[in-house]
Each structure stands twice: as structure tokens, then as C-alpha cells.
Design a protein around this ligand. Structure first.
Ligand code: ARG
Length: 443
């Protein structure tokens, strides 16, 4: 029973939140005259001593004390005697744990914001250096149209921006204090929930005591945010893995970001990127795991809910580490610009430019232009050579209207430079996006 019941090995991570919550509660009990001013002061002094102890010596794990709440209260009794027994007046571990966990998740949201911002800074820096470096853009992992590397990297900037806004929403929505909900029904003592809420930095108390003790949607929401951020990271990780592979040859990971093989001396493996990709699975697992734990639980508290912390802590740690590794890799990866550019001009990547030119300069309906361009691609394929080498005579052979045409610039640079629509890949637009990003980041 002791072993299955205990949560201290996991919830000891809540110690700072637990002591902060207890200090706020004890101060309120004193101010409301629910306990004496002396008892309130003694409790607060004792809690501050425990704070010092835990900060310097770590949190002890007495499994028979079940959880962090009993751990702290037991130590308090050792330090200040019977007054410790008054701390739990007008409170229950149910509202206590709900409060502690919200405080922890709120800070976790802020940590993720900082980590995502660091990734954004790395992305913008590398995008800035490569605002006009040309690479192939892919659809179906087939060369589609030339883009700039800066544009590609800035796509991930946008994803990180939305990830940050999701964590900010989560932190905003969870910022209500369940403290004072007591076991489930509220309390008969004249407590001041506004006071404890504001002492703990909440926007106010939760409105319903039963909801206050039994809701864990803030934790599920945090995991949803984490899962989405991890999914984004896994896509970038996958690209790093592909790009580092010899058939691509787009990047070289520096020594500090690659590992060797125990048997093949030439290997430079992208292990960190593979682990970022792998960790995403565990983070999604934590998210689905907690949803399944919560599904169908009747109101209010059930012990199942003690299993809310392990998956959240695990996902948080994994995402934190993944973000740090990805930020490091993005900052230090070596781009093989020549190779990217060479591949960008394979696969008839400027075919759309030829079709667009037929529409623009010759008034050909797009569908017909698509058809003519298809024939031009076939011709180049048969002859071996890219579209850039097409002559007016070649085009005239396909469609007599084009016999004397002044051919467009079908180079990859010409293609990229022409894509000036808002949000497009033209270096001009990419530099604007980078400038706007720097402004957003305050750098
Ligand atoms: N260790 C418990 C948890 O994390 C604290 C709340 C226990 N409440 C109770 N009535 N058993 O959920």
C-alpha cells in the first residue's frame, strides 16, 4: 500500500510551489483571525527554514509520508511543534495539489517561451546569412520550385511563434487559484481567496470549488502545446537528418553535433536530431496518456489524478532538452550552399516560371501554358538538359506562336527573385520578414 500510494519520488519537484502556497495560506489564516498571528508567524518562519533546507540539501523522500505536502508539514512540526497542525485549517491536499501543480505548469509555460524564443533567434540569424542562398523547395519530397534557405528557415520561425502563443494562452487560462476550494465543497471558515490568489500571482480564484479540485485541463493543455511544438521540432529534425545524408549533402553537422560509429570510422551520425525526432513520440505519449487518465473520472478528486505529474514532467524535460539541442544545431550547422543551389536547378524546377511567362507575355490560358511547358520539359528530358537551355526555336516547334519569342529568365536566381508576392521567397521579402522578426524578438 505504501509503495503504490506514494507520489513523493515524482511530486518532490513541486516543493517550491508547495511551500509558496502554504506561506500564502498561513498568512491569510492569520490576517483573517482564523489562527493567531503568533501561529501564523511561526508557521511562515518554519516554512522559510524548510525552503532553505530543501534548496541546499535537496528534498528528502520519506515514502511513508506519501507526498510533498505531508513531507513539508511533517518537517514543519519537527521545527515548530504543535502550531504546525494549524496550517491545514480550511485547506485540503486536494486544493493544495491543484494549486501547486498550476503554479508549476505556469512556470513551465514561461520556460518553454524562453526556449522557443532562443530557437527563433538562432533561426533568424541563420536565415539572415542565407536570405539569398538558393535551395530546392520540395513538395512530395520531389524538387518543386527553387526557394531561398532563409525562407525555408523562417518557416520554422513562424511555427515557433505560434507555439509560443499557445503556451502563453495556456499560462493565461490556467492562472486562477483553486486554493480555498478545500476538499471539494469549500469551507465554513471565513477565508480570503482573493488574498491567497493574488499572493501567488493568480488573476483571481477559481469560481467553483468542485471544478477547482478536479480540473486538470490545464495540464492536458500544456501537453497539447508541448506535443505541437515537438511535432514542429521533429519535422526540422527530420530535415536535418535528410540534409546531412550523403545523397542530399546539403549540410554538414559539426563534430560537436555528430557522433561516430563503433565500427565504421567514417560515420558522422545526426544522433541529436534523431533523438529530437524520437522524443516527439514520447511527448505525444505523455499527452495521450494524461487524456486517458482523465477520461471518464467522476467529480471530484480521485487518486488516479496523482498520475498527472509524471507524464507532464517527462514531456517538459524532453521538450526543454530537444529545444536546447535544436537551437545548438541550427546555430552551428554548416550549410553546403553550392550543393543546394546545384540541386535547386535540377528536376526542371523553373517549369512554373515558363508557364507563368506564357500566361503573362502571350496571353495563353494557364491550363494551356501548363500543357506547352509539359512538352518543353519532355523535350529537355529527352535531350538531357535543364529548361534554361531552351531556345525560341525549341519552343516554336512546340507551339508556332512562340517561334520568335524573347525567352524568359529560367535560371533559379531569376525564379526566386520573381517571387515577390507577400510571404513569398524573393530575397527582398525574406529580408523584410527577418527585419519584422527581429523587431518581434526585440533584437
Ligand atoms: N499526492 C496527491 C496527488 O498528487 C495529493 C492529493 C491527495 N489527496 C487525497 N485526498 N488523497 O494527487
Amino acid at each position: 500500500m505504501r509503495e503504490i500510494n506514494a507520489s513523493i519520488p515524482v511530486d518532490k519537484r513541486l516543493w517550491q510551489q508547495d511551500i509558496a502556497g502554504s506561506i500564502a495560506h498561513a498568512a491569510m489564516l492569520g490576517a483573517q483571525g482564523i489562527i493567531t498571528a503568533e501561529d501564523s508567524a511561526a508557521i511562515i518562519a518554519g516554512l522559510k527554514t524548510i525552503q532553505q533546507e530543501y534548496a541546499t540539501q535537496g528534498v528528502p523522500e520519506h515514502i511513508e509520508l506519501e507526498d510533498i505536502h505531508m513531507q513539508v508539514e511533517t518537517r514543519l512540526r519537527e521545527l515548530i511543534g504543535d502550531a504546525a497542525g494549524r496550517l491545514h485549517t480550511a485547506r485540503s491536499r486536494n486544493d493544495q495539489v491543484a494549486t501547486d501543480f498550476r503554479l508549476w505548469v505556469r512556470e513551465a509555460c514561461h520556460e518553454m517561451d524562453r526556449a522557443l524564443k532562443a530557437l527563433q533567434v538562432a533561426l533568424v540569424d541563420r536565415a539572415d546569412q542565407n536570405a539569398d542562398s538558393i535551395m530546392p523547395g520540395f513538395t512530395h519530397l520531389q524538387v518543386a520550385q527553387p526557394v531561398t534557405l532563409g525562407h525555408h528557415l523562417m518557416a520554422y520561425y513562424e511555427m515557433a511563434k505560434r507555439d509560443r502563443s499557445r503556451f502563453a494562452d495556456c499560462a493565461r487560462r490556467l492562472n486562477r487559484s483553486p486554493l480555498g476550494s478545500a476538499a471539494l465543497a469549500g469551507t465554513s471558515f471565513p477565508i480570503d481567496r482573493e488574498a491567497t490568489a493574488s499572493a501567488l500571482g493568480f488573476d483571481g480564484p477559481t469560481a467553483n470549488s468542485m471544478d477547482g479540485v478536479s480540473d486538470r485541463d490545464f495540464a492536458v493543455e500544456y501537453l497539447a502545446c508541448a506535443a505541437q511544438a515537438a511535432i514542429h521540432l521533429s519535422r526540422l529534425a527530420e530535415e536535418i537528418i535528410l540534409w546531412a545524408s550523403q545523397p542530399f549533402g546539403f549540410i554538414k553537422l559539426p563534430d560537436q553535433w555528430s557522433t561516430g560509429s563503433s565500427i565504421m570510422p567514417q560515420k558522422r551520425n545526426p544522433d541529436a536530431a534523431e533523438l529530437v525526432r524520437g522524443h516527439c513520440g514520447r511527448i505525444i505519449g505523455a499527452f495521450t496518456g494524461l487524456m486517458i487518465t482523465m477520461k471518464g473520472l467522476p467529480l471530484t478528486y480521485s487518486k488516479d489524478m496523482q498520475d498527472d505529474k509524471a507524464p507532464l514532467f517527462e514531456a517538459h524535460d524532453l521538450l526543454d532538452l530537444s529545444l536546447a539541442a535544436m537551437t545548438g544545431m541550427i546555430g552551428e550547422v554548416v550549410f553546403n550552399i553550392d550543393r543546394m543551389r546545384a540541386v535547386a536547378s535540377t528536376g526542371f524546377s523553373t517549369a512554373t516560371d515558363l508557364a507563368d511567362w506564357l500566361v503573362r507575355e502571350h496571353g495563353v490560358p494557364f491550363r494551356e501554358a501548363h500543357h506547352i511547358t509539359g512538352a518543353a520539359v519532355k523535350l529537355c528530358e529527352a535531350r538531357g538538359g535543364e529548361l534554361e537551355l531552351l531556345t525560341a526555336a525549341d519552343l516554336g516547334g512546340i507551339d508556332p506562336r512562340l517561334a520568335n519569342a524573347q525567352l524568359p529568365d529560367l535560371s533559379v536566381a531569376g525564379s526566386v527573385n520573381s517571387r515577390t508576392s507577400a510571404g513569398g521567397t524573393a530575397p527582398l521579402r525574406v529580408k523584410e520578414a527577418i527585419a519584422a522578426a527581429r523587431k518581434e524578438l526585440g533584437s
